[in-house]
Every structure is written in structure tokens, then in C-alpha cells.
Design a protein around this ligand. Structure first.
Ligand SMILES: [Fe+2]
Length: 296
């Protein structure tokens, strides 16, 4: 079975590379590792590839990469995919720092790129702006979250961490509460992408940066219910929602099956469950209407 260990990077198409490069380097605090005519690669201050920008017609997320075990066998994984009726292809896309990738499409048409060889693209990098620790998760609007959760469970071994009613599912591939999540809606498009910050002070500093740059915070700061992350949300120049978070729940032992105990948990122990829609957040304000625009 294919078992991703962590998310690598997200690839976006954008009609105009430069404003997005400016946003990611001057607001988000990523570092431009490589720039080609029609592609750009952005890394975190610790040197992890996080975002790839490709020049394209529309603003959209087209691909997610995931790291698999170092001894994973691409041939065996391709055969597993074929048994599920999924075509895959071994490619070398010359992505900086990443070796060969096995690519295929998930059930909603997003390219999934599996890699096992990779290297840091820098160390102790100076940066301007927020400076996240890592790319954390991607949320997607889908017509049928149950079906997409089943695909990610069966094909990629993701486990369900929480549901909100029957319209929002959170899935994990490692100890993090969620690396992908799917919310029911009419569009098939990304809902938001999230970067992990160090702590609440880091979140506070990012809020002050947004204040200085007059970037509206469209939700938060708040502490979520599912995942219990402290979070804020804003929009980038391509109108995509970007979440910054810290203190996301972790399941450190799958056999124990509960999230690492934290003072803000109301359930003791906190186990995967189905939340009631109207009462999910732990504390904080309600989202501005702008937050939900992509779901309809
Ligand atoms: Fe999120």
C-alpha cells in the first residue's frame, strides 16, 4: 500500500508569476530558490520546498507532492494503483532537490506526485515576512467528501481524524491531525492552504505584519475545534485563502488512538469523532463572509 509520510509541496498555476512571487517572498516569508521563465520554486527558511508556481491560464492548485518511505518501490506502487484502475507515470520533472516522482491523478483530478529522494535547498535562510516552519495542509471543496475520503483512505492510506457532520472531513497521513481535508460544496477547487508557524507569538507577529500591510484577516485568530489549531486566514493576490496555524493536535501513537492531551480539549481523551456543525470552534470570532466565498 502507498503510505505518504508527509506533504512535500503544492503546485499552483497563476496567470502572473511576479505578484505571487512577491507575496510568497515578502509577506509569507518564503525564499525564492529558483526562477525560470514560467516556473518559480519557493522554499521555507529551513530549506524545504513548499510552493511551486507555474505560469498558466487560471489561478488554481494543480498538484500536491508527498514523500514516501525511502525503501518504497515505485514499480510496486504503480501496480497497486493499476489494480485500482489508476494510471501512473514515473517522471523526472526537474523539480529542484527532488528525485524521480510517481505521478497520478486523485479522484478529483489533482495530480499527486510521490517522491522519496530529496534534499534541503538551503539552510538558515534570511527571509522577510512571516517565515512559516512548513506547509501543513490543503483543504479542498468537493461535491462528495465521503467519496474523496474513501479514495484517500483506500489508495493513499489516509486515516480519518474528524468529521464535522457529514460535510467536512479531516484526514491524516502522519501524527498531524490533518494534512488534507475536504468540505462539501459545488466547486471542485482548493478551499485553503495552511502553513505551520512556531507558536501563538509567531501568529501574533504575523497579525501585526498583516496590519502593517493592510491585508484583511478574514477569520481569526481563533482556536479551532477539529484539530484545535490556533489559526488565522487571509487571501493572497490570486484570491486564495491562506491559513496560518500552530498547536495542531497530534496523534503520536496510532494504537492509543487519541490526540496528545492538551489543556484546551473538552473531550478527555480527545479521540477522532464527528463534531456538530454550529459548535466546532473552541474560542474566537466567527469568520467574515469572505471566508466562505469559495465553497459555493
Ligand atoms: Fe485549515
Amino acid at each position: 500500500m502507498i503510505r505518504p509520510k508527509r506533504i512535500g509541496h503544492a503546485t499552483f498555476e497563476t496567470p502572473d508569476l511576479q505578484p505571487m512571487i512577491d507575496y510568497y517572498t515578502q509577506v509569507m516569508g518564503l525564499v525564492l530558490a529558483e526562477r525560470e521563465d514560467d516556473r518559480a520554486f519557493l522554499i521555507t527558511k529551513v530549506g524545504l520546498l513548499a510552493i511551486q508556481l507555474n505560469k498558466g491560464d487560471n489561478e488554481r492548485c494543480v498538484s500536491l507532492s508527498f514523500e514516501v518511505a525511502p525503501d518504497a518501490d515505485f514499480g510496486a506502487m504503480a501496480r497497486d494503483l493499476e489494480q485500482e484502475g489508476i494510471k501512473s507515470e514515473l517522471q523526472n520533472d526537474s523539480i529542484p532537490g527532488i528525485g524521480p516522482v510517481l505521478t497520478f491523478k486523485d479522484n478529483k483530478g489533482t495530480t499527486i506526485a510521490l517522491f522519496k529522494e530529496w534534499s534541503y535547498l538551503g539552510k538558515h535562510l534570511p527571509h522577510i515576512g512571516v517565515g512559516p516552519l512548513k506547509l501543513g495542509h490543503i483543504a479542498w471543496v468537493v461535491e462528495d467528501p465521503q467519496k474523496t475520503a474513501e479514495f484517500y483512505g483506500k489508495v493513499l492510506g489516509f486515516r480519518v481524524s474528524d468529521w464535522i457532520d457529514d460535510f467536512f472531513v479531516f484526514l491524516r497521513c502522519n501524527s498531524d491531525h490533518h494534512t488534507v481535508n475536504f468540505i462539501r460544496g459545488k466547486n471542485n477547487k482548493m478551499h485553503h492552504i495552511a502553513f505551520e508557524l512556531k507558536d501563538f507569538v509567531h501568529i501574533q507577529n504575523s497579525c501585526d505584519l498583516f496590519g502593517q500591510r493592510q491585508i484583511p484577516i478574514i477569520w481569526g485568530p481563533l482556536r479551532q475545534g477539529p484539530g484545535h489549531n490556533i489559526a488565522t486566514y487571509h487571501r493572497n493576490p490570486d484570491d486564495q485563502v491562506i491559513e496560518l496555524f500552530c498547536e495542531l493536535d497530534k496523534i503520536v501513537d496510532e494504537e492509543l488512538g487519541y490526540f496528545e492531551p492538551r489543556p484546551w480539549h473538552r473531550d478527555t481523551p480527545q479521540r477522532p469523532k464527528t463534531w456538530q456543525a454550529a459548535s466546532t470552534k473552541t474560542w474566537g470570532p466567527a469568520p467574515l463572509p469572505d471566508f466562505h466565498r469559495d465553497r459555493v
